[in-house]
Write a protein that binds this ligand. Structure first.
Ligand code: ABU
Length: 884
């Protein structure tokens, strides 16, 4: 392979040297001053564009030399060298041009082709005062004045294609792109510029560097690449497309975008040295329908350019020199760049001409050029003139930006059935896209940059939802049954002695929780067969929060209050009243309501779409499951506070239930069952709360956990508190019916036994009512007694009485009323001889009328007043008696 490339190189050197000699022989006929131009042509290698560019340069040189008005005192002499598109060889050729002993001519400028070579040459050239002009270098890296201070190019930068690529991506909505590039600087810098541009325009871009074509294609496949931009020379393009064929990275769903300057048949023919393990047919299949972008190389106007010929005439002459036909155009390497080469020579000649004119005015000439002088005026003027270039070339208008770049339109083409056809063109300065036709899409459908993601509503499992709703309804029925039972047997000992109001609260709480189970399922169905508007969904969110929270407070709060009152009674704390548990539950409800209102007002819940991992994918569509849930901005904080507060209640409830596990009280008949219900609720809540947080992505599982836990809490609590009572009532009724000779026969125990039981119940209830009434009367009496006692003391002070031998009037009234509220009579008595002393002590049994106590004290007070001839506060006493 090396041998053959040496032979090719030698052949071209001979041809180029002969050409050079021919040009030199011309010069003998015309004794003009010579201006030497060094030129590097890539006649082989990655881009062998010199093949068509050399004849173009030759033509331009001839027309410049023949032009009577351009550099009339000079003749341009070209020193061509083959660089083989190899940077090392290119650098060596440059040194040979500058220093080779056989070359005593002074090279004024350099012409180069192939980015890799131009990079080396242009980086060094300014050290010899050399302006470098490239006809075939596309690397964006060359647009760097600090590295390449004297570099110009008639070949536009490859970065000029990037806005066109972006335009295409945007037009076809391709937002996820892969860049596959080889490691040369030209492609690295193009890819870097492209990445920045795409990212700025919200396009996701991933770059893969090719070290091995097979591996690179495999990588693309594994990353599900669909839109692929290839940045590489054509030998590598062949390797990659062979692999693309083998690995199936072509056809429908895939779109390749390549560089447009390969020859038209690059995928069909390749040098024997290249190992491409695919047939031309396979390569055609893989490469078909790829798009290309490339700077426009031809002046489209069919008018003579500055050099005097039209672009078409130029094409014909180049073909003539190459001995080729128009039909060969696509396969001639460097043919697209040949107008750049032609215009490059004209740009140099015009710049030299202009520099000569300016130098002349200073008494200098172009021949005063030197390589060594740091600020050589010729170099300075030449550089200045190059910057000012502006003429109509065969490759359209030639001018450079401040970085020495050529500005041009970009053309978009597509390979359709083996032929490149124009799709349109784009001009970045004016952001102008002119499309002639739409591309043909592989498989007839425009590929997508990523699979179409279709949302898939995932409701809770319908069977589970209906089962749980049915169970919740049964639970609600049980609550209703419990309420009927409570009312029906409100006077029965087992009901009356087990805080029936707390039971009623618990029934209400359980009902709310069971309703929450049904509502919880409805909001998870929204988006499916229940389609709620966001507004209705919001209402449902709040309803769910209120139902669950108040349901918990009613259901568990009543159990907690019960356990609390058992604890208070069992530990014999004074001051605990019968109202305390109710007050406690009321406070819990108020706190809940205040918290939920604050949440709803400050941070309202709203509908949120929860997305889950993509599960299924067929063809080009992927389904993304989602469900709707309730969310608020600081929902986690609100929920944290609510759960924390409820968690504390659970913890304290557990402790109280444990503390009172052995307590048996007449007043709270069912205390042990209440304790067991507390245990159940705590265990279920402690398991459910963390589990639902962990499996937040599993809709059905969450619903199952929450609804089953709520349902079990309710049903177990109801069972534990009501079933023993029901059993007890049934037992007492059947034993009563037995003791009445088994006369009872009806389902509700209608018969003699039941009659007696009812009487008992009524009597018990009457006693309770009476007890309440008496307690009220006692407290009135106590107030009255205190007032009387005060009056008595005042009266005695006023009368100057100071307690005589009869013991004085220093009587003392002590009144106590215990939790039971019954008052005993037995401890009342006199102190001292005739002294006033009444004690109302706590009684453990029987009832005491406080009227007796007050009447007796009034009477004693009256008799003492009479004894001491004191005026009687008769109205008070009388009214007291009357009242009593
Ligand atoms: N259009 C050919 C460019 C070759 C190169 O930049 O190396």
């Amino acid at each position: 392979m090396r041998q053959s490339s040496c032979i090719v190189s030698l052949t071209w050197s001979l041809i180029l040297s002969t050409a050079s000699l021919c040009l030199a022989s011309n010069q003998r006929e015309k004794p003009l001053d010579l201006l030497h131009i060094g030129a590097l042509f890539p006649m082989s290698g990655d881009w062998a564009g010199g093949i068509a560019c050399w004849p173009a340069v030759e033509m331009a040189l001839q027309s410049v030399n023949d032009h009577p008005d351009i550099l009339p005192d000079y003749r341009l002499v070209l020193h061509p060298q083959d660089s083989q598109c190899d940077p090392g060889l290119g650098a060596r050729k440059m040194y040979e041009l500058l220093y080779h002993p056989s070359n005593n001519s002074r090279v004024v400028t350099l012409l180069t082709g192939c980015s890799t070579v131009s990079t080396y040459v242009a980086q060094a050239a300014h050290m010899w005062n050399l302006v470098v002009l490239s006809y075939g270098s596309s690397s964006p890296a060359l647009s760097d004045r600090s590295r390449f201070p004297t570099f110009f190019r008639t070949h536009p930068s490859a970065a000029l294609n990037n806005p066109t690529r972006l335009k295409l991506l945007q037009r076809y909505n391709w937002t996820r792109v892969f860049v596959l590039r080889s490691n040369e600087e030209v492609f690295a810098s193009t890819a870097k510029d492209l990445e920045q541009l795409l990212r700025r325009n919200n396009c996701s871009v991933m770059t893969e560097i090719v070290f091995d074509a097979g591996q690179a294609v495999k990588q693309l496949k594994s990353k599900e690449a669909r839109i692929i931009i290839g940045l590489f020379y054509d030998p590598l393009a062949r390797q990659i497309f062979c692999q693309a064929y083998k690995q199936g990275l072509f056809g429908p769903r895939y779109q390749w975008l390549l560089i447009g300057w390969y020859s038209d048949d690059w995928y069909l023919k390749w040098p024997a040295a290249e190992r491409v393990n695919c047939t031309p047919d396979e390569m055609s299949m893989a490469a078909d329908l790829h798009l290309t972008t490339e700077s426009m190389t031809w002046n489209e106007l069919d008018q003579p350019t500055y050099s005097g010929i039209t672009a078409r005439q130029f094409q014909n002459r180049v073909l003539e020199r190459l001995g080729k036909n128009r039909s060969d155009i696509g396969s001639i390497l460097g043919f697209p760049e040949s107008p750049f080469a032609y215009d490059a020579v004209w740009a140099l000649a015009l710049a030299m001409h202009s520099a000569e004119a300016r130098l002349k005015s200073r008494g200098l000439r172009l021949l005063n050029f030197t390589h060594q002088q740091p600020d050589n005026p010729v170099f300075f003027e030449l550089y200045r003139a190059m910057n000012a270039t502006n003429f109509d070339g065969v490759s359209s208008r030639v001018f450079f930006d401040s970085l020495g770049n050529r500005i041009a339109w970009t053309q978009i083409e597509q390979l359709v059935n083996g032929r490149y056809r124009t799709i349109g063109r784009y001009q970045v300065q004016e952001d102008k896209l002119e499309l002639q036709r739409e591309p043909v899409w592989p498989g007839g459908v425009r590929p997508r940059s990523e699979p179409l993601i279709q949302p898939l509503f995932r409701p809770v499992n319908a069977v589970l939802y209906w089962i749980m709703s049915l169970l919740a309804c049964l639970g609600l029925l049980a609550c209703a049954g419990g309420a009927v039972f409570l009312w029906r047997y409100r006077r029965h000992r087992v009901v009356a002695c087990s805080q029936p109001v707390l039971h009623a609260v618990m029934l209400a709480g359980c009902s709310l929780s069971l309703l929450a189970v049904i509502v919880y399922g409805v909001d998870r169905f929204s988006g499916g067969f229940v389609n709620l508007s966001p507004g209705s969904f919001r209402v449902l969110c709040h309803a769910k929060a209120w139902l669950l929270s108040l349901g918990f407070t009613g259901g568990y709060g009543s159990l907690f209050a019960k356990t609390w009152s058992v604890y208070r009674l069992a530990t014999g704390r004074r001051g605990a009243t019968q109202l305390e548990p109710y007050a406690f539950v009321a406070v819990l409800f108020l706190l809940d309501a205040a918290f939920l209102t604050a949440w709803q007002v400050n941070d309202p819940l709203s509908m949120k779409r929860e997305l889950f991992r993509i599960e299924r994918s067929d063809d080009d569509v992927e389904y993304e499951p989602y469900s709707n849930s309730c969310e608020s901005k600081n929902g986690a904080v609100w929920l944290g506070v609510l759960l924390g507060w409820k968690g504390l209640l659970l913890l304290f409830g557990l402790l109280l239930a444990y503390e009172t596990r052995n307590v048996k009280l007449k007043q709270v008949w069912d205390s042990r069952f209440a304790g067991m219900a507390v245990y159940n609720t705590v265990v279920l809540c402690v398991i459910t709360a963390p589990v639902t947080l962990i499996i937040s992505a599993q809709e059905t599982a969450i619903f199952a956990f929450v609804s089953i836990a709520a349902w079990l809490c309710c049903v177990l609590s109801l069972g534990l508190l009501f079933l023993p009572k029901v059993a007890e009532v049934v037992k007492s009724q059947s034993s009563e019916s037995k003791s009445n000779g088994g006369t009872s026969s009806g389902p509700d125990g209608a018969g003699g036994g039941t009659q007696v039981s009812k009487e008992e119940e009524e009597r018990y209830a009457q006693m309770l009512e009476e007890n309440d009434k008496l307690r009220g009367q006692i407290s009135n009496c106590e107030v009255r007694l205190r007032s009387l006692h005060k009056q008595l003391a005042d009266w005695m002070d006023n009368c100057g009485a100071s307690g005589g031998g009869d013991g004085g009037a220093g009587g003392r009234v002590r009144s106590e009323s215990g939790g039971g509220g019954t008052v005993g009579r037995g401890a009342a008595g006199h102190r001292g001889g005739g002294g006033l002393g009444i004690e109302v002590a706590e009684a453990t049994s029987g009832f005491y009328s406080c009227s007796d106590v007050v009447a007796s004290s009034s009477r004693m007070l009256h008799s003492q007043q009479q004894q001491r001839n004191c005026p009687v506060a008769s109205t008070d006493l009388l009214s007291t008696e009357t009242y009593l």
